[in-house]
Design a protein around this ligand. Structure first.
Ligand code: ZN
Length: 424
């Protein structure tokens, strides 16, 4: 560790501290998960994909598994190394005070052709307790059965770049009952009766039953339900059939009967709070999340599922997904920037749309900011120095030590900062 620090310091000295008064140009890595599309991210990044391999996510940030790289004229660092070496100059005092010397958020462009696993994320208190407990009983951090990889929560926001379909939170009980009756299979009818009678109090029992169905029981149920699923015009049934093809034998197949089916049009966003089961089914979008790997899976996956831990984390309550459609700007001067306020302060996403002739200030505060160009050609300038030109999929981090920048040009930029303080 000491050795690494010395190496970093030596390399850093050679570059000079004034480099952090400039934007940091990021080189981001691509994650080739099998649920990814083959064409969208290569198109966005302007790279070839001759083997037509799935390309699922671009990661922009300092996550230890795939940190963005920062290239200087005489050296290259990962953003993680750079933050470890120069936390104050990059993150700024407020971020360090609130979140410690780490980048509190991770930014992704995600492009799904097939469903991702159904997931639930713990809240902060559950993550802290779960992480401490698994450390105490000696489950290695790398073990497949490890549920808590850190002590942080993982709230997330999805902003649709194309039409985007997902499952989020429990449907109203009356809706679940309606769908179960429409399927008409006898076990589901029994559950429909119980849910109608007991309401939300029966939701946990029903969901556990669904989660623990064996592949054989599920096949049996699906073949009995087949004609209803096939011949009734019900969007949830179409999704069940699609999932049955993508993930045969997986108990997550029936989730569209229980979870809200959400379709976002480009430009809409949704926030996923802790304790809410969700799955992204298809589409391309920006995802911003708190820096954490705490994921409890609930189906549509080959990975480890821990039913007890999962069921203790899920909030068994019907909810209406929080879809953000209209600009939430209060200041009329701020029309260029559309902010997506979330109930956490780990991150805040905004979208900046510029027409020729517009200018917009960024990097006003001594705090870290991330800019990712989604469209067009955008110029970043400050009082001194050469302008920086951003084209689609290029990204820069504005260090806290680098202030007073201005955007101009024609296009669209995603901006992530730490959120406004929640303490009043
Ligand atoms: Zn998630």
């Amino acid at each position: 560790m000491k050795m690494m620090e010395e190496t970093f310091q030596a390399a850093w000295q050679a570059i000079g501290g004034e480099m952090l008064q400039q934007p940091l140009w990021l080189i981001n890595s691509l994650q080739p998960y099998d649920w990814g599309t083959t064409d969208v991210l290569p198109w966005l990044l302007g790279i070839e994909n001759p083997q037509q391999q799935p390309q699922a996510e671009v990661w922009v940030g300092a996550h230890p598994k795939a940190p963005s790289q920062v290239v200087f004229p005489d050296a290259q660092f990962s953003l993680e190394q750079l933050i470890d070496g120069q936390p104050h100059a990059i993150l700024g005092a407020r971020a360090i005070q609130r979140f410690g010397p780490k980048l509190p958020f991770l930014f992704k462009i995600l492009s799904a052709k097939k469903a991702l696993s159904i997931q639930v994320h713990p809240d902060l208190a559950q993550a802290q307790a779960g992480f401490a407990h698994e450390n105490a009983i000696g489950i290695p951090l790398t073990a497949a059965e490890r549920n808590y990889h850190d002590a942080n929560h993982k709230p997330e926001l999805l902003y649709a770049l194309t039409p985007f379909v997902g499952l989020v939170g429990f449907r109203p009980i009356s809706e679940i009952v309606r769908l179960l009756v429409l399927v008409g299979e006898h076990q589901l009818l029994t559950w429909a009766k119980r849910l109608q009678k007991e309401g939300e109090t029966a939701l946990a029992a029903f969901y556990s039953w669904l989660l623990l169905l064996s592949g054989k029981e599920l096949d049996h149920l699906l073949s009995a339900a087949g004609p209803s699923l096939q011949f009734q015009h019900e969007p949830a049934f179409a999704e069940v059939q699609r999932l049955a093809q993508e993930h045969p034998g997986d108990s997550g197949i029936l989730s569209p009967l229980v979870l809200n089916l959400v379709s976002l049009v480009p430009g809409e966003a949704m926030f996923i709070p802790a304790g809410t089961p969700h799955a992204y089914l298809r589409g391309t979008g920006v995802e911003v999340m708190a820096s954490s790997d705490n994921v409890l899976r609930a189906g549509l996956t080959q990975k480890h599922i821990a039913p007890d831990e999962l069921l203790s984390t899920v909030i068994f309550r019907s909810m209406t997904p929080d879809i953000m459609r209209q600009p939430a700007n209060k200041q009329p001067m701020n029309q260029i920037e559309q902010r997506f306020p979330v109930p956490v302060d780990d991150f805040e996403l905004s979208i900046i749309r510029l027409q020729s002739g517009d200018t917009f200030p960024v990097g006003l505060l001594p705090e870290v900011e991330l800019l990712f160009c989604l469209k067009g050609t955008i110029t970043l300038t400050n009082a001194q120095g050469e302008p920086w030109t951003l084209t689609p999929a290029s990204s820069v981090l504005l260090p806290a030590a680098s202030q007073g920048w201005q955007l101009s040009g024609h296009g669209k930029v995603a901006r992530v900062r730490i959120g406004p303080s929640l303490m009043h």
